[in-house]
Design a protein. Structure first.
Length: 332
């Protein structure tokens, strides 16, 4: 959502820059760059300067009025909250943010969905309205639980058409399933060598270990003098005597029974069209002892050269890896 507001505010900033330009005297053209004008030169009207100034004043007024008008556009919004199965979600919290100020944060409002999941707001103004829903016991879904809507500006790839009472905006939440107690290692950072020296982590404690159950190796050739120059790098993630498989979906919480491979590699060649000095992956992990986990690993192959890791391990041996913070098992 932040990116959408940045784009919208950027458009308004452009308008303000136009206003500033019109207010700023333009530099005189150097004599040696003046294009000769054939004779005869018409006599300048005594009203020329006054006319130009008046036109600029009208332009400035038009820009200001356009911005003010967009920010003062009346807003009436209708929405509905449903879950992943299409059932209404009552008593969900609805957060609104109206873009109604140019040089300050927009006005914030809050509401609740009714027994049928419906909600609405009116009597407010703004060039656009950001709306997001949430409720305890539900997950927010990327791109479905929040959105922005155009009022004083036109709709585009970041802002939708305003909804109507007969056609409300649909926002979706994912109802949580039955979670089991998990060992959760919150996001931690580990420095790693550039020459392939392995680093092992014990996912029951989050500590580095000579006999860890997750191994990470990296090879990075970032010795170029030009910091902006691309370079080759790669990272290998492996599970000693176990395996891993890439996790694809945000709400995929059950580890697969098979399909695991001993290791996976992130390879970034300096000739890659979309080269980046970092990359992120999510995996399901199966350990030698038959336990399962899911991890999120982000490799940063530059600067201090490290990876960031977060993991969820089920100590019971179940493949259920849905996490409830209230059922966290303390790391060993």
């Amino acid at each position: 959502m932040k990116r959408k507001w940045i784009i919208l505010i950027g458009l308004l900033v452009v308008a303000a820059m136009v206003l500033w330009w019109l207010r700023t005297p333009q530099p005189k053209q150097p004599r040696d760059q003046i294009t000769p004008i054939p004779e005869p030169i018409p006599s300048a009207s005594p009203h020329t300067a006054t006319t130009t100034s008046a036109v600029q004043s009208l332009d400035r007024t038009a820009v200001v009025e356009s911005i003010q008008g967009a920010l003062a556009t009346p807003i009436t919004f209708y929405g509905k909250v449903i879950d992943q199965n299409g059932d209404p979600v009552p008593d969900a919290t609805v957060n609104y943010s109206a873009l109604d100020k140019f040089n300050a944060s927009g006005s914030q409002y809050q509401g609740k969905s009714d027994a049928n999941g419906n909600f609405s707001i009116s009597g407010i103004v703004g060039a656009a309205l950001s709306v997001g829903v949430r409720k305890k016991g539900y997950y927010m879904i990327d791109g479905k639980s929040a959105s922005a809507f155009a009022y004083g500006v036109g709709p585009d790839s970041t802002r939708r058409e305003p909804p109507t009472k007969d056609n409300p905006a649909i926002l979706v939440l994912q109802k949580m399933g039955i979670a089991e107690p998990l060992i959760h290692i919150s996001s931690r950072t580990y420095r790693i060598a550039r020459n392939g020296t392995p680093l092992e982590v014990d996912l029951t404690t989050g500590q580095k270990s000579a006999q860890g159950n997750l191994r990470v190796e990296a090879w990075t050739e970032d010795q170029a003098k030009n910091a902006k120059q691309h370079y080759n790098w790669r990272c290998r993630i492996s599970v000693p005597n176990g395996g891993l498989v890439e996790r694809q979906d945000q709400f995929d919480f059950e580890a697969p029974a098979d399909g695991y491979k001993p290791s996976d590699e992130i390879v970034m060649l300096k000739t890659a069209g979309k080269w980046q000095p970092q990359a992120q992956r999510e995996y399901f992990v199966k350990f030698e002892d038959g336990r399962y986990a899911r991890i999120q690993l982000k490799m940063i192959a530059q600067g201090n050269h490290f990876f960031r890791l977060e993991s969820y391990l089920n100590p019971s041996g179940s493949r259920n890896l849905e996490f409830d913070p209230n059922k966290t098992v303390k790391s060993q």
